[in-house]
Design a protein around this ligand. Structure first.
Ligand code: ZN
Length: 241
């Protein structure tokens, strides 16, 4: 399959992730590149991240507050602007009409040219929140573009030009992130509460952190290799929205 690459820099972009840190893993380099070129980037995090600890005694309210703080720091590292939290319980995200209305509202408020989200059709995906978050990105766009969906919101309809899905089941588009890997890594490392569980950064901090950076660099290098780019993020691209 031939891969398309590098959309023209959007004026506004909205990234939709299930948990704090998903956006940074999925498209952090792309968002940093666009923000550096003047794109207004908004992040929408659907759950509260309250299951994101291996410590069974962790206080969940403290963890939720900490994870919001970490996500804001991560967004700042990318040059992104607003971070919107819907605060659904981690692990219990649904993709029904009520949640679709919430995502539709944020799309109509942020008015993005490009939306980025999880690929809901990724085969053998385990985490239900990632699947539901993907469907909410897709179905939120369908609602946002049509004035007869949720007219009570009192917001004009909005139709984005493109949707990019990360963790794609069928990759057909890449964004070069050459020069923006440091920003992506800085955003990821802002999620201090996830170092041990998600990033494998533990007792031997320096060595573990280096190994994590190597893993992220290798992933970007593999994504780029298919398109002759040094470093990239891979997506499924949908344009006829
Ligand atoms: Zn996640």
């Amino acid at each position: 399959m031939t891969l398309s690459q590098n959309l023209s820099i959007p004026g506004r972009a909205l990234a939709i992730g299930a948990h704090p840190d998903d956006i940074d893993f999925g498209c952090g380099g792309t968002l940093a590149k666009w923000a550096a070129a003047g794109c207004v980037v908004t992040e929408l995090v659907l759950t509260d991240g309250s299951k994101g600890s291996w410590d069974p005694k962790a206080d969940q309210a403290t963890l939720v507050a900490l994870r919001q703080e970490e996500q804001r720091a991560a967004a700042a590292a990318l040059g992104a602007g607003d971070v919107v939290f819907l605060g659904h319980t981690d692990g219990e995200l649904a993709s029904g009409l009520a949640e679709r209305a919430e995502v539709c509202r944020v799309i109509r408020q942020a008015r993005p040219d490009v939306v980025l989200g999880h690929d809901p059709w990724k085969r053998y995906r385990l985490h239900p929140d990632h699947r539901h978050a993907g469907f909410l990105a897709v179905e939120g766009i369908v609602a946002a573009r049509d004035p007869h969906f949720f007219p009570d919101q009192g917001l004009p309809p909005h139709r984005p030009a493109s949707l990019l899905l990360w963790e794609a089941d069928e990759v057909d588009h890449v964004e070069s992130i050459d020069g923006f890997l440091p920003a992506k890594l800085a955003a990821l490392l802002a999620h201090r509460s996830q170092w041990q569980s998600t990033m494998g950064i533990d007792a031997d901090r320096a060595a573990d952190e280096a190994a994590f950076e190597t893993r992220i660099r290798e992933r970007a290098s593999e994504a780029g290799a298919a398109a002759g780019l040094p470093l990239a993020e891979a997506f499924k691209r949908l344009d006829r929205l």
